[in-house]
Structures are given as structure tokens and as C-alpha cells.
Design a protein around this ligand. Structure first.
Ligand SMILES: C[S@@+](CC[C@H](N)C(=O)[O-])C[C@H]1O[C@@H](n2cnc3c(N)ncnc32)[C@H](O)[C@@H]1O
Length: 312
């Protein structure tokens, strides 16, 4: 784990290389499954289908080949977002188990692996698309995470409360545009009381920030302390868009895609927004203000650490 939630350039370059290698290896593994199934890849067509995302519509993630193009175009950005937001809040608490809702191509598993936490992490991904699951299962580069994937959706949280035993629940860009079925989801997540040892992270691009506001208000009404922040609050070192992704680029070029649209780690826009419910799990969170920003959380955290130090 990185000291004081900071990363130096050297550490970030090392992680960046790992990210490049992990996604490229998974992409090649998944490409092999397409070849075995004799599915031709029309990468440009798939890329156009994915551009639906930018137009505020949901692509069909079950089309064979979509996960490949999704992973090469978007996965580094999603990994950096999840990694950076967790790096900003995690301190002396680290999850041992993670539930990843709408796990897609496995961005959360890779992000928590890069965090290099002191404990091994068990991750369960819940994902509606079998094709996306197939891609995640091609990922063999995780050192600190054992990941399993299961077909399902947000609605399954409601049906099966056994999903809610996880220390950290992640929702990364998984709320469909226009999602408004909050009531069952909030009933499933439950009241904060009795769940002080758990954290929830939700990440969405700016275009879906109204969903995060709704989610935050509803969690706050159930007593969950929350903080919100955005990609500009993340450590500068990880926002470097100039670091190369040579192994991913190699796969990209093999698909016949041109360099102008090539894989990149960071981007601006779209801006990502973050919501963390219970940023300081365990007993200490009792006096945490009910809603706030990353700065107010850091100030509160510093003061409460100072207080607990003085009281000892
Ligand atoms: C933009 S991708 C994000 C994937 C991944 N979480 C990431 O950060 O890269 C959206 C994912 O949400 C999934 N999804 C769509 N509707 C969902 C639902 N109702 N419940 C759970 N996942 C859903 C899609 O199948 C897709 O894999």
C-alpha cells in the first residue's frame, strides 16, 4: 500500500506498465475465444456501437467482440478512476472482500489489485452480460485479488441479501442512463446503523452525475455518511495522459484500428464523479459529518487522528 495515499512518478509508471500488460493479456485471451468460436471481429463497427455511450445510450454489451473494444478504449480510464478514488480515501482500513456490481471487463479487480493492500482480496463481480464476464475471466494478471464473476444485475442485490456481506461494494459506471429504481436498491443496501465497517463506492461520468446525487441523497437518508469529489481531486501523477500503453496499442493495431483513437490512460472530458459512503469504516465514523467533500473529509480525518493521538 502506498504511504499517505500518495504515489511518486516511479511507482505510478510501474503500475501503469502492469495495467497495460494486464489488459493486453486479457484482450489476447478473449481474442482467442472469438477465434475458437469463429467469430469475425469488425473492430470499427464495434467501436461505433460503443460510441452509443457518449451519446447517452446503452450499447449492447452482449455482442461478441464488444468487450474487447470496450477494454481497449475505456478500461484503463475506468481502472485509473476506481484506483485513484480509493487511493484518495483509504487510510488504515482496507477491504478484504469486494462486491463489484456491473463488473464489465473487470476494471475494479484490476484497480484494487494495483492498490497493493496488506490483505488478499476476494472479489465477486455481478454482471448481466456473459460476453463481458468471458473477458474478465481471461484476466490472469492479478496478484492480490481472487476474482469470481456471476451473471446478474443490480436487481439481484434486492433478491439475494447474501451479496451484502462484502466490505466494499463498487458501482462503476454501471447505472444505466435514466436509472430510477432506487427504492429496492436502497432497501437492499440497508441502513448505515450496524454496517459501520462497510464502504460503498460509486463512480459515474459527468453525464450521469445526477444519478450520483440521487444515490447520495438516498444513502444519506438511511444514515450513511457520504463524501463526493471529482477526477480533478485525484493525485496529479495518475492524470498523465502521455504515458504509453505499448502492449494494448499492439493489440489495437492488430485489430486494424488507427492510432488517432488509440487507448489512453487518462482523459478530459468526460469527467468522472465519485461518491463514497462511509469513507472511514469502523467505529471512528460515528462523528463523521453526514455529507461532505474530499477536502472536508481529509480535514475531519486529520483532526480525528490528531484527537485520537492526543487522547491516548
Ligand atoms: C460502462 S460499463 C462499466 C463496466 C465496469 N464497471 C467498468 O467500470 O469498466 C457498464 C456495465 O454495466 C452493466 N450493466 C448494465 N445494466 C446493469 C444493471 N442493471 N445491473 C448491473 N450491471 C449492469 C453492463 O452490462 C456493463 O458491463
Amino acid at each position: 500500500m502506498f504511504t499517505n495515499n500518495t504515489l511518486n512518478n516511479y511507482e505510478w509508471r510501474r503500475l501503469h506498465e502492469k495495467l497495460d500488460r494486464a489488459i493486453a493479456e486479457a484482450a489476447l485471451g478473449y481474442l482467442h475465444t472469438l477465434t475458437v468460436r469463429r467469430i469475425p471481429i469488425k473492430a470499427q463497427q464495434l467501436s461505433n456501437e460503443l460510441d452509443e455511450l457518449r451519446l447517452g445510450r446503452e450499447p449492447d454489451y452482449d455482442v461478441p467482440g464488444i468487450p474487447l473494444v470496450y477494454a481497449l478504449k475505456y478500461m484503463p480510464k475506468r481502472v485509473v478512476s476506481i484506483f485513484g478514488s480509493l487511493l484518495s480515501v483509504l487510510d488504515d482500513w482496507h477491504p478484504k472482500s469486494v462486491l463489484d456490481i456491473g463488473s464489465g471487463t473487470g476494471a475494479t479487480a484490476l484497480a484494487v489489485d494495483l492498490l497493493d493492500t496488506p490483505h488478499h482480496i476476494n472479489l465477486l463481480g455481478i454482471e448481466p452480460s456473459q460476453e463481458m464476464i468471458l473477458f474478465s475471466e481471461c484476466s490472469g494478471w492479478l496478484d492480490h485479488v481472487s476474482a469470481k464473476y456471476k451473471q446478474g444485475s443490480i436487481a439481484d442485490l434486492v433478491k439475494d441479501r447474501s451479496f451484502l456481506i462484502y466490505d466494499l461494494t463498487v458501482f462503476s459506471a454501471c447505472f444505466p442512463y435514466g436509472f430510477d429504481n432506487w427504492s429496492p436498491l436502497l432497501t437492499a443496501l440497508g441502513d448505515y446503523e450496524g454496517q459501520e465497517s462497510k464502504m460503498i463506492l460509486a463512480v459515474e461520468p459527468d453525464a450521469k452525475s445526477d444519478l450520483l446525487v440521487s444515490f447520495r441523497n438516498r444513502l444519506a437518508s438511511k444514515g450513511w455518511p457520504t463524501i463526493t469529489f471529482c477526477c480533478h481531486d485525484l493525485p496529479d501523477v495518475i492524470k498523465d495522459n502521455t504515458l504509453p500503453l505499448p502492449q494494448m496499442l499492439n493489440v489495437w493495431q492488430r485489430l486494424g484500428m488507427n492510432d488517432s483513437d488509440q487507448p489512453r490512460t487518462w482523459w478530459n472530458p468526460p469527467d468522472d464523479k465519485f461518491l463514497v459512503a462511509n469513507p472511514k469504516p469502523t467505529q471512528a465514523s460515528q462523528s463523521l459529518p453526514i455529507t461532505g467533500t474530499l477536502d472536508s473529509f481529509k480535514l475531519w480525518n486529520r483532526n480525528s487522528l490528531y484527537k485520537s493521538h492526543v487522547l491516548q
